[in-house]
Design a binder for this molecule. Structure first.
Ligand SMILES: *Cc1c(COP(=O)(O)O)cnc(C)c1O
Length: 405
């Protein structure tokens, strides 16, 4: 368990003193996250490494965890790397009752020459800081947090698999730790990171998925929190996913509004490729209007597509589009590809979308073409190669962040 003093201290109700209000000229400086103050306590019982082919996503974890506590009026305490262990929290702790929880998903990759790299980690920490602030938890200096994570990954070096396609999945998390049933801003918080070695999402090549276009359940809405990675956004999506699975679909394609706007697929952003009505090849994805999670993969694919496909005459577009537009493109032979995009799979090709809004509301299939005998279209395959090349350090890029101890 974490040193009792750590969480007991954090669990004590914190009085907010007038003197620590931000506008007070006497306000003591709040401590920021300081990677140079890192305290490292190594495990005495190192774990056996699993065989790489036996790894299951999120099932096994490394020897250590990184934790940093925050207290209102004081700021951040020194970062600690400790043995991986249970948290000890009072049952009245606010995270258990009101969903004060947000998280990130990112990976550490090993290059051909054995160095460790993160992929655009600053983006994940920017996003976590915004998610955290949205639920009245503390924000932080994203660069300092990246440095802490980098030190942690360096310490867990042996757990970053050597095989291509494998990686160390990192789960930075922020929770409210104040012990109170009062509904209000938590007076204390805990940031922690755990890490799980993972295999490729598609161990034996792509497997295109079938989607059920869902309007009965709504994942995100204007003014809501769908653009933040809050724990509370995910639990409500399991039941719709189970219902879709019962009918033989892998994932929900989340629609929004009477217009049937296409938003995201499962927990991935969605890209659709078609020949548009003007006869131009176009890659389209929903815009960041507050209902779309701002995926790092999404952002990266948009930039890479503009660079590479732009030269080939493709139009790369962020705009609202409807499921009817996708169905029309399929009917008119203009639909080229569709794929999900996220850290876990990088790209996840789609083969079929069931939609209940056909003529007279009759359920119909939208078939997404795939090349004969293949599970991914050429654009999905190229995007995946560009991303992988950067993630594993084959292609030199500012997006690749060398891990430093
Ligand atoms: C995490 C997530 C994504 C993908 O984000 P990446 O940064 O690319 O991993 C997309 N949609 C939702 C709903 C997510 O939770």
């Amino acid at each position: 368990m974490l040193r009792p003093s750590m969480l007991l201290r954090a669990a004590r109700p914190v009085t907010r003193l007038a003197s620590v209000r931000n506008y007070s000229s006497q306000a003591p400086a709040l401590a920021g996250v300081d990677p140079s103050k890192m305290i490292i306590q190594r495990t005495q019982t190192p774990k056996e490494l699993m065989k790489e082919e036996d790894l299951v996503f999120g099932r096994t974890f490394t020897d250590h965890m990184l934790s940093i506590e925050w207290v209102a009026g004081k700021g951040w305490s020194e970062p600690r790397i400790t043995p991986y262990q249970n948290l000890s929290l009072d049952p009245a702790t606010c995270v258990f009752h009101y969903g004060f929880s947000c998280f990130e998903g990112m990976k550490a990759y090993r290059t051909e020459s054995g160095e460790l790299r993160l992929f655009r980690p600053r983006k994940n920490m920017d996003r976590l800081s915004l998610s955290s602030a949205r639920i009245a938890l503390p924000s932080f200096d994203p660069d300092a947090m990246v440095e802490c994570i980098s030190k942690y990954v360096a310490l867990e070096e042996k757990f970053v698999p050597k095989k291509r396609g494998y990686s160390l999945y990192l789960r930075p998390t922020m929770i409210g730790t104040q012990r109170t049933l009062g509904v209000g801003p938590p007076g204390s918080a805990l940031f922690f990171v755990i890490a799980s070695p993972v295999g490729p999402y598609y161990p034996s090549g792509f497997k295109a998925v079938s989607l059920e276009a869902t309007s009965k359940f709504v994942r995100a809405w204007p003014g809501g929190t769908g653009d933040k990675k809050l724990g509370g956004n995910y639990a409500p999506c399991i039941l719709p996913q189970q219902e879709a699975a019962k009918r033989g679909f892998h994932q929900n394609l989340w629609l929004f509004g009477e217009e049937g706007y296409v938003t995201e697929v499962g927990t991935m952003n969605l890209f659709t490729c078609w020949v548009n009505k003007e006869g131009v090849k176009e890659m389209v994805t929903a815009p960041l209007d507050g209902t779309i999670l701002e995926g790092v993969t999404r952002d990266s694919i948009l930039a890479l597509a503009k660079e590479h496909l732009g030269k080939e005459g493709w139009k790369i577009t962020e705009r609202k589009y409807t499921i009817k537009e996708v169905a029309d493109a399929a009917d008119e032979g203009r639909l080229l590809e569709a794929f999900g995009a996220g850290t876990a799979a990088v790209v996840s090709p789609v083969r079929r979308i069931a939609w209940d809004g056909g003529a007279n509301g009759v359920q119909r299939d939208i078939n997404v073409p795939l090349p004969e005998g293949k599970e991914a279209g050429p654009i999905a395959e190229r995007v995946w190669k560009w991303m992988e090349g950067i993630q594993y350090g084959d292609i030199k890029s500012d997006w690749s962040y060398p891990v430093k101890a």
